[in-house]
Design a protein around this ligand. Structure first.
Ligand code: HEC
Ligand code: HEC
Ligand code: HEC
Ligand code: HEC
Ligand code: HEC
Ligand code: HEC
Ligand code: HEC
Length: 427
């Protein structure tokens, strides 16, 4: 099969420099990209926060690991650290095996073949009614570890686009990339800085005041979410600690190290703001990507609205908004760290009961009287059930595909509770 080839009348292809306004850009299990008006330039008051820090402000994870071995060793294996990567037979989870490597659209003539060539992988679109019409683009970047799914990006010179096929883990199948039309094949969905801000650690782009650009400096991309995304640029900290006291002596010194941020020292709102940079769902950016620094007020950077009681927050991508609607949150000092140690990554659902029981006594649960000890490891099954995202996420082989997420609105869910109760009674 010939890869590349003539631009086809059947596919939507990129049109030179001009970005296509495709409406809201939604994503695989991740409708969190702001529905921004394309061609919009940002106007924000002048401050040192208007521009992303330069590359030299950062030290990189290898430097941090030299002194913080415990955090670094565990962190390496987390979904954050591995969230984006270069393509390889291991990193791409979808199958290239014959029989499993074809994605059909709702138009019976339009199909996408997944092709593994030595050292490269391609999505090859063909119009079966006219096989002369075909177009292939390479997998250049993998987004997502695949807890729910993966999407893939390709370069056209210095422009970044999303590929038309994504991968959906629950069914182990290729799907049309979420929010792409189900009966067409699109190669023209641009990738904006905001997408990379949530899924990578660093990148430079041509005009930093432009939120809608998809021109990047290819070699500037740093994959994964690294230490400095949450602790701030660390080159000054590394320089300071390398020339000063040893870690064991540092504990007793009087002058704190202000060259690095420990989120635990921030007040509760600023701690949440760090996570909200990426976990507050679809919101419009107010300033260029990568300008938010841990310790800043996120509302100066993103147009996040306060969650209003009674409102239903889609389970999808907005853990911060959902949590804020919970009585647990409004009646305590709870932060994301009350249940998550981001250096260690996910635990199994049952392990989270332990965190609930730090604030609650089991017998205060209305179900304790009838179910007793059986509820001990089941708190989240009833009070934070897994729910389907309200959006139809995508299509594959003609059927709709919905992703499910753990809600962060901790509450009493009668339906979910009945279900768990029945399964507990059956045991
Ligand atoms: C040369 C050794 C060294 C390197 C390299 C290093 N650190 Fe540190 N770091 C230290 C020492 C020493 C402390 C102080 C420990 C203390 O006070 O308990 C510290 C403290 C910290 C703290 C806690 C600060 C606080 O206020 O509690 C964080 C967070 C941190 N480092 C992150 C990083 C990150 C991220 C990197 C990589 C960019 C990094 N460190 C690189 C030695 C180092
Ligand atoms: C506001 C930040 C944000 C933006 C913008 C964003 N994402 Fe996400 N994305 C997330 C978060 C957070 C998750 C994890 C959601 C969860 O598990 O509940 C995620 C999950 C995903 C996943 C599934 C990962 C997995 O391992 O299951 C894919 C694929 C993905 N995003 C692709 C994209 C693409 C492609 C773009 C840009 C076109 C994008 N996202 C834009 C924050 C974002
Ligand atoms: C997703 C965000 C995130 C990432 C990425 C991250 N950290 Fe942290 N880190 C935190 C938070 C939040 C805390 C405060 C935890 C708490 O509340 O106790 C913290 C605390 C720390 C501390 C202080 C620990 C202490 O006991 O006082 C060190 C040191 C540290 N991180 C190092 C690292 C290093 C090294 C990396 C990269 C290998 C890293 N972190 C990656 C969010 C992050
Ligand atoms: C730079 C963007 C970014 C920031 C900042 C960030 N996250 Fe994430 N987070 C993501 C993305 C993207 C994923 C999906 C990773 C994947 O599976 O590919 C994710 C996944 C997660 C997960 C599910 C996987 C796991 O490790 O259990 C948790 C929990 C989580 N984040 C918590 C946090 C908390 C708590 C904070 C704040 C201390 C935070 N995140 C800060 C982007 C971010
Ligand atoms: C940081 C402390 C804290 C943690 C951790 C915590 N909660 Fe709560 N929770 C509270 C407080 C305070 C209230 C309000 C007072 C009350 O009802 O006891 C509350 C209320 C509730 C309610 C009543 C909700 C309503 O709408 O009436 C439920 C159910 C609940 N929590 C379950 C849980 C579960 C399950 C977990 C673990 C996933 C958990 N909580 C973790 C502090 C916490
Ligand atoms: C009361 C405990 C609790 C708090 C507080 C909490 N989480 Fe979670 N989180 C959980 C549980 C339980 C899961 C599901 C783990 C599982 O299913 O294995 C989870 C899962 C997640 C996931 C993966 C969701 C999915 O379905 O893919 C993300 C992302 C996440 N949390 C982010 C956050 C962020 C950001 C905050 C703060 C705004 C936060 N969490 C606060 C308990 C909590
Ligand atoms: C089988 C489902 C189920 C499990 C498992 C479960 N709960 Fe509940 N819980 C409920 C229901 C239903 C209610 C409301 C009961 C009522 O109104 O009589 C409730 C009520 C509560 C309340 C609110 C009490 C009040 O009066 O405000 C708290 C707090 C709570 N549960 C905590 C927990 C904790 C902590 C765990 C884990 C140890 C847990 N629950 C496990 C179903 C469950």
């Amino acid at each position: 099969m010939k890869l590349g080839g003539p631009v086809s009348g059947s596919f939507r292809v990129k049109s030179g420099d001009k970005l296509r306004a495709g409406g809201a850009i939604l994503l695989l299990v991740c409708a969190v990209l702001a529905p921004i008006a394309l061609s919009q330039a940002l106007t924000s008051p002048a401050s040192d926060h208007d521009q992303p820090p330069p590359p030299r402000a950062y030290a990189g994870d290898a430097a941090c690991a030299k002194c913080h071995r415990k955090e670094a060793a565990a962190y390496e294996h987390t979904p954050h650290a591995r969230d984006s990567s270069l393509p390889s037979a291991e990193s791409i989870l979808g199958s290239f095996q014959p029989g499993k490597n074809v994605l059909h659209t709702l138009d019976p003539n339009l199909v996408i073949n997944m092709v593994a060539a030595p050292g490269s992988f391609y999505q090859s679109a063909v119009n079966l009614a006219n096989p002369a019409e075909h177009l292939a683009e390479r997998f250049d970047i993998v987004i997502g570890t695949g807890r729910h799914g993966q999407s893939y990006l390709y370069w056209d010179n210095d422009q970044l686009y999303q590929l038309p096929a994504s991968y959906f883990t629950a069914n182990h199948e290729w799907i049309i990339s979420p929010s792409f039309p189900a009966d067409k094949i699109m190669f023209d969905r641009p990738i904006t800085p905001r997408c990379l801000e949530c899924h990578t650690s660093y990148f430079t782009w041509i005009d930093t005041n432009q939120i809608d650009t998809n021109h990047f400096e290819k070699s500037s991309l740093v994959f994964g979410i690294n230490c400095e995304r949450c602790h701030g640029p660390g080159a000054a900290h590394v320089a300071r600690e390398s020339t000063s006291t040893k870690p064991e002596q540092a504990k007793s010194r009087l002058v704190a190290d202000h060259t690095i941020v420990n989120p635990a020292r921030l007040d509760r709102d600023r701690q949440l703001d760090l996570c909200s940079l990426c976990h507050a769902g679809a919101v419009d950016p107010l300033r260029p990507s990568l300008t938010f620094r841990v310790g800043d007020n996120i509302r100066d950077f993103l147009a996040i609205k306060a969650a209003t009681p009674g409102e239903t927050v889609d389970v999808h991508g907005n853990q911060a908004g959902a949590l804020e609607l919970s009585k647990c949150f409004t009646s305590s000092k709870m932060t994301c760290s009350s249940c998550h140690n981001v250096h260690e990554g996910p635990g199994v659902a049952a392990s989270y009961s332990h965190y609930c029981l730090e604030c609650h006594q089991m017998r205060t649960c209305g179900k304790y009287a009838s179910l007793g000890e059986k509820i001990r490891s089941k708190c989240v099954d009833c009070h934070m059930p897994i729910q389907e995202s309200g959006q139809v996420v995508s299509f594959a082989a003609g059927h709709a595909v919905n992703a499910s997420f753990r809600t962060h609105q901790i509450a009493i869910y009668d339906e979910a509770s009945k279900h768990v109760e029945q399964s507990l009674a059956g045991k």
